[in-house]
Structure formats: C-alpha cells, structure tokens
Ligand binder design. Sequence first.
Ligand code: ATP
Length: 375
Amino acid sequence: MSVSSLLSRGAVDILEELQILTAKTMEKVEITKQYEVIRELGKGTYGRVNLVIHKARGTKMALKFLRKKTTKQKSFLQEYCISRYLSACPYIIGMYDIAFETDEFYVFAQEYAVAGDLFDIIPPQVGLSEHTTKRCIYQVALALDYLHNRKLVHRDIKPENILIFDKECRKIKLSDFGMTRIAGTTEKRVSGTIPYTAPELCETSKHSGFLVDYSIDVWAFGVLLFCMMTGNFPWEKALHSDSFYYEFYQWQKYKNANVPSQWRRFTSHALKMFSKLLSIEPEKRCSIKDILWYFGKTWLVTKEESHPSEAKNNNDVFVNIKPQGLPYLNGNTLDSNKSDTSPSLSFSSCSSYEDVPKESNANSILVSAPIEICV
Ligand SMILES: Nc1ncnc2c1ncn2[C@@H]1O[C@H](COP(=O)(O)OP(=O)(O)OP(=O)(O)O)[C@@H](O)[C@H]1O
C-alpha cells in the first residue's frame, strides 16, 4: 500500500498503518557497505545525525541514528512515520523511504539541510534582522499550521529543530518529530524545562499526565520569535521564580504596568502579537494562523537598516541565548524522552510573507526613549 493511498484516511489510522508496514520491512544494514560517512551534522539526546553519501545512488543524505539502548523500536517507528507523513509539506524536512537497523542503532534517512540549523545563525544578544526573521518565521508558521491541521502537536519547537538551506533563511524546514503527538492525547510530563516550555507545563510535576494541545507549540513559537529578534531568551523558565518571566507575567496580567525593558524594542503591533502567542492562559492563546496578519506590520521600533549593529549590550543583564554551559544547548533538552476544521493555508498563493498585503505602519511606535536591549 502506498503512502499516498493512506493519506485520505484519518491521521491516527495512517500513522498506525505506516508503522506496521515499516516494522515488517526493516532490515539490518551494515552502514559502511551502503553509505560513505562524510561527517557528523549534529547530536541530540538520543543519538546523532550524520551526513552520508548513498553509495548506489550517489545521493547526499542525513542519517539519523537513535541508540537502541535508549530508544524503543516503537518510538523510532513513530518518529520515522510521523516525519514521512508530514514530509509532503514544503516547510517540513523531506524524507527518504529508508529505515533500517544496525546492532546498536535504529536509523532513518532525511533530506540534507546544507546550511545547518537556525540556532547557528542567530547572532547572540543581537538577533536577526526583522526581514530575515519574518521570512523564516513565516515558513515555520506554515509548517506548524500544516501539523496542527492534521491534529499533530510538535512539542519541541526551538531553533535547533529548524533546518536551513541558506543563511538568509529563504528556504527553511521544520524537523525532529521525536516528541510529536496527536492532539488531545494524554502524555506523561517527562521532558525537561527549557525556555520554550509553556508555563502550564513548567508547573506540572514530573511524570504527571497532561493533555497534548496546540497551545504548547504556539507558546514555543512566541519564545522562538523573541529569540530570533533579540538573540536572547525572554526568560530561562516560565516560572514565577524567574524574575524575567515574573515581570512579563505582571505586565500581561495588569495591562497598565510598565513594559519590561527587553520588550520595549517592539512596536505596539508586535507586542499585541506576542500577547496572543504568549497568553499565560493556554485556552486564550491564539492559533498560529491568527498571527499571519501581523506580517504586514513593522515589528521593531528601530529602523531595520540600523539593526543589528546598533545593539548595545556590553554590561547589561539578560538571558543569553548562547551562554556557556547551560544544559539546554546543542539541541538537548534537559532530560527529554522521547477536529481542526479550519481551512489550511494555501502554500501556492501564500508562499512568502512578502505576499501579505502591507498596511500603514503609523501608530506602531510604542516608546520614544532609547531602546535598551537588556534589563
Ligand atoms: N537533515 C538534516 N540536515 C542537516 N543537519 C541536520 C539534519 N537533521 C539534524 N541535523 C542537525 O543535527 C542536530 C540534531 O538533530 P535532531 O534534532 O534531529 O536530533 P535529536 O536527537 O532529536 O535532538 P533533540 O535532543 O533535540 O531531540 C540538529 O539540531 C541539526 O543541527
């Protein structure tokens, strides 16, 4: 049975069927016989990703190795099949019809993203330009909308999982579906807390159950956007014990409180968008497609041309996106384990945020005082 013939049925049935088919056809392979290993592309919690050349086809591909010691076959099959199921979307990493095992690893093959991941190109404490951010995050939004329309929640949105094909982010693809689950299912909260973790999850005690919901991705998307535009995290953890988060919480709760300094660089339109994405109550958080309107607005108070060189950050306190020695770096979470009826976005008619009609940017300036990058 072909994948395309499976796609007309419900997501749950398709994924189950794909897993059964894959399990039946998985072979043991000796890597060096079929592949020439070029280099390691990255490391994650449960294995590594290598750039290889398929000897028979001469094709470069990325092989993801998941250690059998720490990954159940069921988890491997789930990640591979969800990735394949989603890979028809142009903003999601492409997959080869290749899954096999070695003595030590489960392995599958992905399209190779030549420029690496987004984390590597965000200038620390400065961030990307508004133009590059919009170009990139728009594609992430389309990828997430694609997932959410298929009742799936990614659950691990972060720059390390956004693969890039050029440094200007003209072409990016979402990857790593190891944590992806069907919306509405109950999961044990076994992942670590990282800056992208939504407050309702930070508060849930380890190993207690929680409902998988789209709002988890929406929150992480908001944090990702902040990171891209500032080169800093907004906070380390969305907990009241984190002073950066507490300040944000107070500001959001009592709307007339002062705008925390690290948010003052954003225009009123951008702040409205952040309030919707980072709504403290998950049920009030917007859906991903609700923010597409904001792409026609200006987001940074500073002129785009003067960004990022005007950034001033030498002696200030901030949550650095690339500090030394913090445990959530290099793609690792701390200790992570591994009927939407709304219309889909049209990829053909809406493939670039530049296509979104621009409106007047008047009234977008929130503060006239000098913008401080940090607190
Ligand atoms: N297809 C690819 N092309 C290029 N680089 C890749 C590709 N896939 C992964 N990488 C690199 O390898 C890193 C780790 O990959 P990946 O996130 O899939 O591993 P993981 O074990 O699932 O990580 P995590 O610990 O976040 O769950 C990525 O951050 C990226 O830098």
